[in-house]
Ligand binder design. Structure first.
Ligand code: PLP
Length: 436
């Protein structure tokens, strides 16, 4: 039901980001629930089709890749193809990232594998940054070669190295920024320029796509599509989901990818369950603005505390003046209102006189046993502060020698700042560092 009173939140002149995240695409043709303030959760794996003709129309529309406009008629068939709760979440994610379309998947990894899956075929080549979330590294290193897709891992902070890595067969340049876990910034606009230079004179079907994993920053702190990326991947499990109740992922990008991604999702089967989409739609995305602005305030305090601590060797938080890529961070991590938004993630290395990360292990174990406000667990972006050791946990898929060569220290610690009172987080860290 098109509605003039309720413009799509794509129109950034009409309201502030925090308000848009709460109200999203407030009127939708995806499901008629006029008297609910909150969309009800759908729990129907299959849909009544009324007639053979309507069923046939539904299948034809799906094959043509229709279903993008929330105000169009939607003939739902089966959850794995398309369904209303996911559809509403997709409309709001596209708006939040400033993309033409979003498609949700069963996890962040299902989204990342689908994005790379639709953009490559046997004989193609992917260039990725040399440090990646462990499972993304494993996907590129262990699984893509089975499909005949080769790769080069390069240091994408060095433009010359990236330029050299791109070949005629390259179809995707893939990276996270900030990089999980070491907070390295990759300049999206610089990568865009290199992709444009490679694409000049190429058949559009053979072009290089710039794909950015925006999980660490979330669309509240950074919108890679506005910086020059073609496609964004998100793990909804993290900052967007926010409460740690569900796993999910999304790909956001241009309209032309809607149909291939939907067909891929239908056949590979990584659809997001409406029962996981619902909390993300109702709790996660609407509270992202408020959560993130609070996470950030605490993160800066925590980062400054760590930086001043004699047992801490270095702290990487984009909001610190000492951050090595300070200027790039301030250019790239800005919210839609042009305010610097350094996010909720901190990476720090504790002094390790005995080597092999023993001090970090003692710190983490002290926290696991005694801390109240900080929890030893992987994942991030939640209302609870989480701590982990990437070297042996989230990034265990990468061989130790490679991690060392790429600057990941055994003593490195990843901290995801939550909504607790900052003084309680500092108390736990202070006592834990005493015990190291
Ligand atoms: C967690 C994470 C993923 C994977 O997401 P899942 O929802 O766990 O599949 C991908 N990229 C980054 C940067 C992550 O932190």
């Amino acid at each position: 039901m098109p509605n003039e009173r309720n413009p799509l939140p794509h129109d950034e002149r009409t309201s502030r980001m925090r308000t848009r995240l709460i109200h999203g695409v407030s009127h939708t043709g995806r499901w008629d629930y006029d008297h609910h303030v909150v969309p009800p959760m759908t729990a129907s794996a299959t849909f009544r089709l009324d007639s053979a003709e309507r069923g046939a129309r539904g299948f034809e529309a799906f094959a043509r890749g229709e279903g993008l406009d929330p105000h169009d008629e939607h003939i739902y068939i089966y959850d794995r193809l398309d369904e209303p709760t996911c559809g509403m979440l997709q409309d709001n994610l596209a708006a939040a990232e400033g993309g033409q379309m979003a498609l949700c998947f069963a996890s962040g990894m299902a989204a990342i594998s689908a994005a790379i899956g639709v953009l490559t075929r046997s004989g193609d080549h992917v260039v990725a940054h040399r440090v990646l979330y462990g499972c993304t590294y494993s996907l590129i290193e262990n699984w893509l070669p089975r499909y005949g897709v080769a790769h080069t891992l390069a240091d994408l902070t060095r433009e010359e190295e990236l330029r050299r890595a791109v070949r005629d067969e390259t179809r995707v340049i893939y990276f996270e920024t900030p990089v999980n876990p070491d907070m390295t910034m990759i300049d999206v606009a610089a990568v865009r320029r290199i992709a444009d230079a490679a694409n000049a004179g190429r058949d559009p079907a053979d072009r290089v796509w710039v794909v950015v994993d925006n999980t660490f920053a979330t669309p509240y702190c950074q919108r890679p599509l506005t910086l020059g990326a073609d496609v964004v991947c998100q793990s909804l499990t993290k900052g967007i989901g926010g409460f740690g109740t569900d796993i999910g992922g999304a790909v956001i990008g241009p309209k032309e990818l809607h149909q291939p991604l939907q067909l891929y999702r239908k056949d590979f089967g990584g659809s997001l369950s409406p029962k996981a989409a619902w909390p993300t739609l109702v709790y996660g995305l609407p509270t992202l603005g408020t959560r993130m602005s609070n996470y950030q305030k605490t993160a800066l305090r925590v980062a400054r505390f760590l930086e001043a601590h004699p047992k801490v060797e270095r702290v990487l938080y984009p909001g610190l003046d000492s951050f090595p890529q300070r200027d790039l961070a301030r250019r790239q991590m800005i919210d839609v209102h042009q305010k610097f938004a350094p996010g909720s993630m901190i990476y720090f290395v504790v002094r390790d006189p005995e080597g092999e990360g023993r001090s970090a292990a003692r710190l983490i174990n002290w926290i696991a046993e005694h801390a109240y406000a900080i929890t030893l667990a992987v994942s991030l972006g939640q209302i609870k502060t989480l701590i982990e050791a990437p070297f042996t946990m989230t990034h265990s898929a990468m061989p130790a020698a490679e991690k060392l060569a790429r600057g990941l220290a055994p003593g490195g610690i990843r901290l995801s700042v939550g909504l607790e009172d900052w003084t309680d987080i500092l108390t736990d860290l202070d006592e834990a560092l005493r015990a190291v």
